[in-house]
Design a protein around this ligand. Structure first.
Ligand SMILES: [Zn+2]
Length: 313
């Protein structure tokens, strides 16, 4: 069912997660054994991809290189590195988490595709493929970082097709985490403000962002971050959209924030510089027409926030 909402890159995973059925090990085993089932491989966070023959315009378009589920299960060597992604119509889709220095595309997966950095390839993948891979990447990062029970310290075991881990000792269930981050474009009247961090590529300016802390509402986190990083006082917060961001497990909550004045002082800890843009300047920035100043990448929600504000004018 299409969702009537703005979809950022990495959102829009079309698979049916079948969360009722994936909890049954016998159903998962049946899907794995079916010759119809598919899988794909992720190596050190990079998806195996291949040229997309259906891409309009031809050049550069890629797609997930799907493999038989049987091969993916063999590569996984057990449930620990295997993830049931969901159903595409009636077809079960699995992913395998490969690690280590040796490129499997030069070994067992030779001739079946090549592993590409997700951020570098995301805009060349179909929107849905980027979202499917981002889901797998986030899940595998969680598994890698949380191998032990947070209550008693025992090694945990993958359950529910990989969507849950359970402690064999104290039986506590552990679920994958998503860390909320507020990301906001402050504006006052006809100008919006972007900031830059000293570590960013030269000339790059973007929206401001920070982790939501326990006990905060989204709008309170937005106001706190704008005040801490740039000394701005927030009047009103509006929601735009969200973006799953698998580095390693964030959900970016995109906001437009009306602030009390158009001053703003970088804190020199997080932000080294701030700059105000009129709507025309922001439009030029998005078009790459301001010399020496670069907008955030097209795949980032920050770019969508600037675009939304420009289009309001
Ligand atoms: Zn435990």
């Amino acid at each position: 069912m299409p969702l009537d909402a703005f979809q950022n890159t990495f959102a829009g995973n079309p698979l049916d997660r079948a969360s009722d059925r994936r909890a049954k090990p016998e159903w998962i085993a049946e899907q794995l054994a079916s010759p119809e089932s598919l899988g794909f491989a992720v190596w050190n966070g990079r998806p195996l991809v291949e040229p997309n023959p259906n891409k309009e315009g031809g050049d550069g378009g890629m797609q997930i290189a799907y493999l038989p589920a049987k091969l993916v299960a063999e590569l996984a060597g057990g449930p620990e590195r295997l993830l049931f992604m969901g159903l595409w119509k009636e077809t079960a889709v699995f992913a395998v988490d490969l690690e280590g220095p040796a490129d499997p595309a030069d070994g067992p997966l030779e001739g079946l595709g090549k592993f590409e950095d997700l951020r570098a390839v995301a805009l060349r993948l179909p929107h849905t493929d980027a979202a499917i891979v981002a889901t797998a990447k986030q899940m595998f990062e969680w598994r890698r970082r949380h191998p032990h029970c947070a209550v008693c310290g025992q090694a945990t075991q993958a359950k529910d097709g990989g969507w849950k881990r359970q402690c064999p000792s104290c039986e506590t269930e552990h679920f994958p985490r998503t860390d909320p981050v507020v990301i906001m474009l402050p504006y006052h009247g006809e100008r919006c403000m972007l900031g830059r961090q000293a570590a960013w590529p030269k000339g790059m300016f973007s929206a401001l962002a920070g982790f939501l802390e326990p006990g905060e509402s989204i709008e309170e986190a937005c106001a706190r971050e704008l005040n801490e990083e740039a000394g701005l006082r927030t009047r009103k917060v509006r929601y735009h959209s969200t973006q799953p961001w698998p580095y390693p497990s964030s959900l970016m909550i995109g906001l437009l924030a009306e602030v009390e004045d158009d001053e703003g002082t970088p804190d020199q800890t997080e932000l080294s510089e701030v700059r105000w843009f009129t709507r025309d300047e922001a439009r030029q920035l998005l078009a790459g027409e301001i010399e020496g100043v670069n907008a955030p990448s097209r795949l980032a929600i920050a770019m969508q926030l600037i675009k939304a504000w420009v289009e309001e004018g």
